[in-house]
Design a protein around this ligand. Structure first.
Ligand code: PLP
Length: 456
């Protein structure tokens, strides 16, 4: 043990003591998300910097999760910390009805970066409420009420957002799902359509989507909400032609396409927005997380000129006290500037093609427990199976297993903070991670996978 004031990997004894106190208070008073509260053993974080976090014992871990896939620019970026401090010294908060320089500049930058004519921005506090408001806008715009969403999707934890969610997190909340109809997603590795090629998957998944539209009644459907690359449900990249097909169906039936870019927006996949990979223009696009790396809560809806016109003469029936909060918007302006100045989107693309793509393909070849690896930029999934032939997952959909628990333990012991979900490990590090850090992460994964192989 070191003496007070000295550093254990950048952390003092006083920090560790504070962390222990915090842990106790947490267990007594903090109610955690998506969890049974008894028996929880959350990790204490004492310090964060760049691509690293320090746990309650002062151990440095490589953050391959970007927390909740939001710290796209890494931890404690000095320019963003400074921008928040400068804004706090000037104006901490202002009602959404007033004009504020940070909010105006953030909106201008977002309108400039988003594709097509998404020229207007409604700010929210995060991703779930962005989706709630996007759906409300679509309903008023079309005069219709139904919403289509994909199974194996996640759109947030508030009432409507969790009801359009298509993964198991909606269980227990389904009662409020009035007007929500779901369709099966294009998911080549576990095709619901028995497809044997990418082309087949695209054709069959789109035919199924059109069937659902027709069976639900196109004249009743306001919106189709879709994660551009579904994130927590599995990082399955849409097959070629699928997104164009979605655009075509939305146009054919007058349905508003809401692209949920909460997790994949702002560079995560190696383009500013994931829809840019397929050159697509949604009618509404929701964002959060990466817009300011989560340094201060912020989300929003980018709105097309056409939908904006609906609200030119009639009031928009919605609002939030903290819409376009100055601290959050100042952080967004500084984040976007830092991403541009430091070429982070290009770096994410380069890491994807030069390091993660080939590195994970090698890992897949070597380890019998790896069923599939897939992704783009700094956004990859390693799907773990007991058997490559049957594709039996290493943990059930929506659940956990001892084998996955052991794997997560091995990754942490190796020096990594992983993002794990069901039978998958996600690779979602900061976009400005160095090549050496990325390779070190792959080395830790490679070593830890022997634990999973023992169950395969
Ligand atoms: N949409 C997607 C695709 C997400 O991944 C998330 C969160 O992970 C959300 C919406 C909800 O965002 P928030 O937790 O900020 O409400």
């Amino acid at each position: 043990m070191s003496t007070p004031g000295t550093f254990i990997a950048g952390v003092t004894d006083a920090d560790i003591e504070e962390g222990r106190r915090a842990y106790q208070q947490d267990r007594e008073h903090v109610f955690h998300s998506w969890s049974a509260q008894a028996g929880l053993d959350p990790m204490t974080v004492l310090r964060t910097e760049g691509s690293y976090v320090w746990d309650g014992e002062g151990r440095r871990l490589l953050d391959f999760s970007s927390q909740m896939v939001n710290t796209n620019i890494g931890h404690q970026h000095p320019a963003v910390v400074r921008a928040i401090q400068d804004q706090a010294a000037k104006i901490c908060t202002i009602a959404p009805s007033h004009v504020n320089a940070a909010r105006s500049e953030a909106a201008r930058l977002i309108a400039e970066l988003t594709p097509g004519d998404l020229n207007h921005v409604f700010f929210t506090n995060g991703g779930a409420d962005a989706n709630e408001h996007a759906i409300r806008m679509a309903r008023v715009h079309t005069g219709r009420h139904k919403v289509l969403s994909a199974y194996r999707s996640y759109h947030g934890g508030t009432d409507l957002a969790v009801n359009v969610t298509g993964d198991t997190r909606r269980f227990g909340n389904d009662h409020a799902g009035v007007g929500v109809a779901r369709f099966l997603p294009a998911y080549p590795y576990r095709s619901y359509f028995d497809s044997t090629s990418e082309e087949e998957e695209t054709t069959r998944a789109l035919r199924h989507l059109e069937d659902v539209i027709l069976l639900e009644g196109p004249e009743s459907i306001a919106a189709l909400i879709l994660e551009s690359v579904p994130g927590t449900p599995g990082i399955y990249v849409p097959p070629k032609g699928y997104m164009q097909g979605v655009r075509n169906l939305a146009d054919k039936y007058g349905i508003v396409w809401i692209a949920d870019e909460v997790m994949v927006g702002f560079g995560r996949t190696g383009e500013w927005f994931a829809v840019d990979h397929w050159d697509q223009r949604p009618d509404l696009m929701t964002f959060a997380k990466g817009v300011n790396s989560g340094y201060v809560p912020l989300g929003g809806v980018a709105i097309s000129d056409e939908i904006y016109q609906t609200f030119a003469e009639r009031p928009y029936p919605g609002g939030l006290t903290y819409s376009g909060h100055p601290l959050a918007c100042a952080a967004a302006v500084a984040t976007i500037q830092a991403m541009k100045d430091e070429g982070m989107v290009e770096n994410a693309r380069r890491l994807g093609t030069e390091v993660f793509g080939p590195g994970l393909a090698e890992i897949a070849e070597k380890h019998p427990s790896v069923g599939d690896v897939r992704g783009l930029g700094c956004f990859w999934a390693i799907e773990l199976v007991k058997d490559r032939q049957t594709k039996e997952p290493l943990a059930p959909y929506g659940g956990s297993s001892a084998a996955m628990g052991e794997l997560i333990g091995a990754l942490k012991a190796g020096g990594m903070l992983p993002f794990a979900n069901y039978n998958r490990i996600h690779v979602a590090p900061p976009l400005n991670m160095s090549t050496e850090e990325a390779r070190e992460g792959l080395r830790i994964i490679d070593e830890a996978l022997s634990v999973a192989d023992a169950h395969a």
